[in-house]
Structures are given as structure tokens and as C-alpha cells.
Design a protein around this ligand. Structure first.
Ligand code: NAD
Length: 295
């Protein structure tokens, strides 16, 4: 495997392109937006520079990684020579199904098709292609160059040889692969989102404040970040959407999203990306300030 196409040059796509390019693969980074591709290359360059300043990368390795990377606004051109496509476009079912129909048509016959989706069924994505046995979930964590885990999701039809290839490839990238089956939320979000939802319920029910809930989980459970702060980082809209996937997929009320989360998303308080969630975020400040609404 030599030639990797990454579709979507946002938060995850630029990180995925970064690790493949740094490991020596030829990387085709594809996005509908040329401006986003420019931003992605700037982000990758900045992150490679950070690795140099930490002593984990040389100037020569940075140069080589950037040489391995080509950007495309045309999906047809970008996947034409791929051995593996990793799709990391916006989390929208219709959009992803369309992208997979196109990749299936234009990527070479033996090419493996992977999705970095957080919550959409791999079996459903595979079903729109002519090669469901070659479709798999490759769920990287954010930030990709730093986080070790790759949750590998076997769709209903995924071939074992394809899983084995993706496991070996993840190890080659210096990651730790964990293989799971394709059910709502896979494993990472099936366990994480109910914890975040319970933290929000605890706040909603007045059992404790934002700082108390996060401090208890940080110091008591050795979590690097409390669940409310983590929810702000993930995006409260993303958390709500994954809870809907769990609730609808399992039909179990234990996944019902807390009304406070629903209200916050409706009010546009989405966490870090909107400047306010459980905390408020000011550009240039690293202080964690609880949102006035929760004081
Ligand atoms: P993002 O919004 O930062 O980036 C998505 C990119 O996809 C954008 O640059 C957009 O222009 C591009 N795009 C949209 N339609 C496209 C198309 N037809 N062809 C090519 N590019 C297209 O999103 P993200 O946070 O990077 O998430 C990407 C995927 O990764 C989603 O499936 C998400 O669920 C998953 N994911 C996200 C995280 C996270 O923490 N952000 C973690 C794990 C998995």
C-alpha cells in the first residue's frame, strides 16, 4: 500500500493526511474547498514545525512529508491511483453516501474504502458501493498526530483480509488499532456519550456545578479533561447528534439526550467553536472560565 487519498481537509482530514505523509505514503488530500486545502497545508506545516521544536522530527523529514502531499479539488482525479481512500468529510449521511458512490466508481478496483465517521453505520455506507467487503471504518481520534487510538469498525460484510490490512497499516502509522463491530456509536461513542449526557443531567438536576462535575471526574477518575469541558471541545451539536444515533439505533431511553443539551444547541451555544458552552472561550486565553449561565 503506497497511495492514500484523504477526502475532507478539515480538523480530522488534515491530521490523517499529516500522519500518512510523515510515515512516507503518497497522500492525495481532497476537499471541495480550495481555501480549506490551503488552510490544511498551513496547519500540517505548523504541526510539523511543532514536532521539530520538540525534537521528534528533523527539517529533512518535514520537507519529505510535505513533498509526499498533493491537494485536489477534484475527487475523480484525487482517488484515481489510490490503494486506500480514507473519507473524513462532514458528518452527514447523504453527503457520505454520495461520496462513497463516487469513490466506488472512480477508485481502482482493489482499493479499500474507509470512513472516519464518528457515528454513521459502516454497513449502510458499504451498501451503496459495489464492494461492501472492502469498506471499513477507520475512526481516528482528535488531534490525529497526537492520539494513539484507531477504532477499526467492521461492517456487516467487511472481509477479514481487509480488516487485517487496516490493522497492520494503523500499526505502521504508530497507532494502536482496536477492532469492533458496526453497531450504533461503535465503542468509543457508545460509552463516552452516555457519560457526557449524565454529566449534563447532573448539572440540569442541580446536583453539582460545572467545575465540581469536571473536577470530580478529572481528579477522581484520572480523566485528563472533565466531561463538560470535553463536550465543549467535541461540539455540543456533535454530542447531540451522536446521542440521537444511539437513542434511535438501540431504541433505549438511557440514551435520550438531556433537555439542557438540546436547549443549548438550539440557542447556538455549541462549545469551543461558538465561543460558549459550559465554559466561555476567548481567543488567545487559555483560562477555563465557567459560562455565566452556570454561575
Ligand atoms: P470538518 O467540518 O472540520 O471538515 C470536513 C471537511 O469536509 C470540510 O473541509 C469540508 O469542506 C469537506 N467536505 C464536505 N463535503 C465534501 C465533499 N463532497 N468532498 C470533499 N470534501 C468535502 O469536520 P471534521 O471534524 O474533520 O470531521 C470529519 C469526519 O471525522 C466526520 O465524519 C466526523 O464525524 C469524524 N470525526 C471527527 C472528530 C472530531 O473530533 N472532529 C473525531 C473523530 C471523527
Amino acid at each position: 500500500m503506497k497511495n492514500i487519498s484523504v477526502i475532507g481537509a478539515g480538523t480530522m482530514g488534515n491530521g490523517i493526511a499529516h500522519v500518512f505523509a510523515q510515515t512516507g505514503f503518497t497522500v492525495n488530500l481532497i476537499d471541495v474547498s480550495a481555501a480549506q486545502l490551503e488552510r490544511a497545508v498551513a496547519t500540517i506545516t505548523k504541526n510539523l514545525d511543532r514536532q521539530i521544536s520538540k525534537g521528534s522530527l528533523t527539517e529533512e523529514q518535514k520537507k519529505q512529508a510535505l513533498n509526499n502531499l498533493t491537494t485536489y479539488t477534484s475527487l475523480i482525479e484525487g482517488v484515481a491511483k489510490a490503494d486506500l481512500v480514507v473519507e473524513a468529510a462532514t458528518e452527514n449521511t447523504e453527503l457520505k453516501l454520495n461520496i462513497f458512490k463516487q469513490i466506488d466508481e472512480f477508485a481502482p478496483k482493489g482499493c479499500i474504502l474507509a470512513s472516519n465517521t464518528s457515528s454513521i453505520s459502516i454497513t449502510k455506507i458499504a451498501a451503496v458501493t459495489s464492494r461492501p467487503e472492502s469498506v471499513i471504518g477507520m475512526h481516528f481520534m482528535n488531534p490525529v498526530p497526537v492520539m494513539k487510538l484507531v477504532e477499526i469498525i467492521n461492517g456487516y460484510a467487511t472481509d477479514k483480509a481487509v480488516t487485517d490490512t487496516i490493522v497492520a497499516l494503523s500499526k505502521q502509522l504508530g497507532k494502536v488499532p482496536c477492532v469492533v463491530n458496526d453497531y450504533p456509536g461503535f465503542i468509543a461513542n457508545k460509552i463516552l456519550m452516555p457519560m457526557i449526557n449524565e454529566a449534563i443531567y447532573s448539572l440540569y438536576e442541580g446536583i453539582a456545578g460545572v467545575e465540581e462535575i469536571d473536577t470530580i471526574m478529572k481528579l477522581g477518575m484520572a480523566h485528563p479533561m472533565g466531561p463538560l469541558q470535553l463536550a465543549d471541545f467535541i461540539g455540543l451539536d456533535v454530542c447531540l447528534s451522536i446521542l440521537h444515533v444511539l437513542y434511535n439505533g438501540y431504541g433505549n431511553t438511557k440514551y435520550a439526550p438531556c433537555p439542557l443539551l438540546v436547549n443549548m444547541v438550539t440557542a447556538g451555544k455549541l462549545g469551543v467553536k461558538s465561543g460558549e458552552g459550559f465554559y466561555t472561550y476567548t481567543a488567545g486565553s487559555k483560562d477555563l472560565v465557567v459560562s455565566k449561565r452556570f454561575l
